[in-house]
Write a protein that binds this ligand. Structure first.
Ligand SMILES: *Cc1c(COP(=O)(O)O)cnc(C)c1O
Length: 425
């Protein structure tokens, strides 16, 4: 390939020709990134406040992470889990040092980390509470109920969509996995009524991401911990989105005063390289004995080398200082924008993670803002149809917040003006 013979160009329209239509991506194709800036095929620059949905935790092509990846790429890529590898052991060691965990299982995504967590909870119940041994001696337990919460999101495998609290993602796939109960988030009385000796696990996002950056109340989480202990149920924190320092501490549980039995991490842990991790205690981990669960790519040397480099950056004191400073800068800036335009009913922030909820008159219109963002060179996300969600790099600079706020103001003004034009017609 050379300059006189470039590869045939691909465009957004090519996507529609060759890809399964399960996504509706934006109008431009990013081809390059650096820090919190991204450039598209025509060289146009965007400020990235989306962070690949809380994935690009240290921004695009961070030099330390690129160095870790290229160094490992020149050494060893993959040996499968019939062998182990140094980066995987080091990463597990580091995660155990930094968290409550004593044991780690690696997967490739958030859904897979949750799949492992849910399977482990069921298996642990089978091992410790085999209430109903069948005549054939099959492993079985009546302690198999999983309690989850409305509007929660846990991934897209059949088990995780069924556990997730958004029926739109689980309907139409045939018989669902049984034994799952959905209750209202932050409603401890509802959990008290439901939880029993049959419950093997309660799974919760300490801050719900997909449903709009909604935090669980501290007393609710504390209550869940107590109820789980009373009923011998495991408490699973899905920190796929809230983890990797998104809310400030390395994991959100660290500021909640509650320690889960199992924690799942993915998204920001790999900073853009696919990896997922399930963290737990030695006692619980014992139920995943040899052969009980596995993954070909889980613990891949490249992914683990990258995550180690990302983790080093995430736990650096400067990172936490930056998260706090940029959070305040964004809060002040968005509040000022809201004062001018009166568009948000609520502005929620959990660290560098914002959910800006539109006023009722604008419900259903969140996507219009993202579209206008494209035009003004600003990338951000929606959560549902009523909330604009921001999840920028945790290393975003003061300048990229300032410039982004300038553009965000124009975005809001433009969408509001469009509405007025439509109304005037
Ligand atoms: C994104 C997400 C998942 C799923 O992660 P994938 O890597 O897309 O499988 C699970 N739980 C939460 C809370 C998430 O935000």
């Amino acid at each position: 390939m050379n300059a006189t013979n470039p590869p045939a160009s691909v465009t957004r329209a090519t996507f529609d020709e060759v890809m399964v239509p399960s996504y509706a991506p934006g109008g431009f194709i990013p081809v390059r990134g650096k820090g919190s800036r991204v450039w598209d095929q025509s060289g146009r620059e965007y400020i990235d406040w989306a962070g690949g949905i809380a994935v690009s935790s240290v921004g695009h092509v961070h030099p330390d992470v690129v160095a870790a990846l290229t160094e490992q790429a020149g050494k060893l890529w993959h040996v499968a889990n019939v062998m182990t590898n140094e980066p995987a052991i080091r990463l597990a060691q580091r995660l155990c040092e930094l968290t409550f965990a004593e044991k780690v299982f690696f997967a490739n995504s958030g859904a897979e980390a949750n799949e492992a967590a849910l399977k482990l909870a069921r298996r642990y119940a089978c091992d410790h509470f085999p209430l109903n041994q069948t005549s054939e001696g099959k492993l079985q337990s009546e302690k198999n109920e999983i309690i989850s919460f409305h509007d929660s999101f846990h991934g897209r495998t059949l088990f995780t969509v069924t556990v997730g609290g958004q029926p739109k993602y689980s309907q139409g796939f045939g018989p669902a996995i049984e034994g799952i109960t959905h209750l209202p988030y932050n409603d401890l009385e509802a959990v008290k009524k439901q939880i029993s000796a049959r419950t093997c696990a309660v799974i919760i996002e300490p801050v719900q991401g997909e449903s709009g950056v909604l935090p669980a109340r501290r007393d609710f989480l504390k209550g869940l911990r107590e109820l789980c202990d009373q009923h011998n149920a495991l408490l699973i924190f899905d920190e796929v989105q809230s983890g990797a320092a998104r809310t400030g501490p390395l994991y959100a549980y660290m500021d909640c005063g509650v320690t889960p039995d199992i924690l799942t991490s993915a998204k920001g842990l790999g900073g853009g390289f696919p990896i997922g991790a399930m963290l737990t205690t030695e006692k619980i981990a014992a139920s995943f004995s040899v052969g009980v669960h596995g993954s070909t790519y889980g613990g891949n040397a490249l992914g683990c080398a990258v995550a180690l480099a990302v983790l080093d950056i995430l736990v650096a004191p400067e990172t936490r200082i930056n998260i706090a400073a940029r959070t305040e800068q964004l809060k002040t800036g968005i509040a000022a924008i809201n004062k001018r335009h009166q568009i948000f009913a609520d502005i929620r922030a959990s660290g560098l993670w914002f959910g800006c909820e539109l006023i009722p008159a604008w419900h259903g219109r969140a996507k219009d803002f993202v579209k206008a963002g494209e035009k003004h060179g600003l990338m951000f996300l929606v959560a549902g149809t009523n909330v604009l969600r921001l999840a920028p790099s945790l290393l975003i600079t003061e300048e990229d917040v300032r410039l982004g706020l300038e553009r965000f103001d124009k975005v809001v003004a433009e969408v509001l003006a469009m509405q007025e034009t439509t109304a005037a017609k």
